[in-house]
Design a protein around this ligand. Structure first.
Ligand SMILES: C[S@@+](CC[C@H](N)C(=O)[O-])C[C@H]1O[C@@H](n2cnc3c(N)ncnc32)[C@H](O)[C@@H]1O
Length: 229
């Protein structure tokens, strides 16, 4: 080149491609022990509770205070239950998951769609079309969590809440490595990091239920607000 600089970076290929969605985590952070297709793993319907009754009650109480009655709500990574307060009516409740039979058994849903978010994180939802969204005991299965949460930020109206909840139990072989490496407090920080990277604001963590060995599941939630325009 005329100015004497190299046209080709001699270090190309030695430095990892900058990827803001990788959050600076080591390679393999989003690998699972079981890399079988998610469609196979979620093929059988699981019409069970994944958390105990106390955790469900504590989550429903949070939903009662945060989710706007009459609004359009998305339950992402849903199943046959959405844990919504039974006495509150919402305008629409869109349920997404991996198993059509589970979603068909969920009486709260007014619309349903099945999509593997690890294969395609783009949500088939209009911009600014949601008043709230929830992800219950499922965030640990996302291999591209920031891409999915950025999609939620797009589909939520500015200032609308997203509630991400989790406990200490999961399908271990399907949880990403970084989740498996952390404890409850690490999970809280990780979810806060995901939400921040996706542009959410006013992020607050809630301890909804304390862990009592052999007696009670812990339950946590991180709430964020979709970014202003
Ligand atoms: C433990 S269940 C939780 C279901 C429900 N939210 C509840 O509270 O009972 C985990 C859910 O994560 C969802 N899920 C797991 N892997 C997924 C993927 N690759 N793409 C989309 N959803 C996925 C499935 O719908 C599955 O039902």
């Amino acid at each position: 080149m005329a100015d004497g600089r190299l046209a080709v970076d001699p270090h190309a290929g030695l430095v990892a491609t900058p990827d803001e969605d990788a959050l600076g985590l080591p390679a393999g952070a989003f690998a699972r022990l079981d890399e079988e297709a998610d469609e196979e793993f979620y093929e059988p319907a699981r019409l069970v509770y994944h958390i105990d009754q106390n955790a469900v009650v504590s989550l429903t109480a949070l939903y009662r205070t945060v989710l706007p009655a009459g609004g359009a709500v998305l339950d992402l990574m849903s199943s046959w239950v959405s844990h919504l307060p039974p006495e509150v009516e919402y305008g629409t409740v869109i349920g997404h998951g991996m198993n059509a039979e589970e979603l068909a058994a969920n009486p709260r849903l007014t619309r349903r769609f099945v999509q593997n978010l690890n294969a395609d994180p783009t949500l088939p939802l209009e911009d600014d079309s949601l008043d709230a969204a929830t992800i219950c005991v499922s965030i640990q299965y996302l291999q591209r969590p920031v891409a999915v949460l950025r999609e939620l930020a797009r589909a939520l109206r500015p200032g609308a809440p997203l509630i991400v909840s989790f406990s200490n139990r999961c399908f271990w072989t399907k949880a990403v490595a970084v989740w498996r490496a952390l404890d409850d407090s690490g999970h809280t920080k990780l979810v806060e990091t995901y939400l921040t990277a996706a542009g959410f604001t006013d992020i607050a963590a809630h301890r909804l239920a304390v862990y009592i060995e052999d007696e009670q599941d812990p339950m946590y939630a991180v709430v964020g607000r979709a970014p202003p325009v």
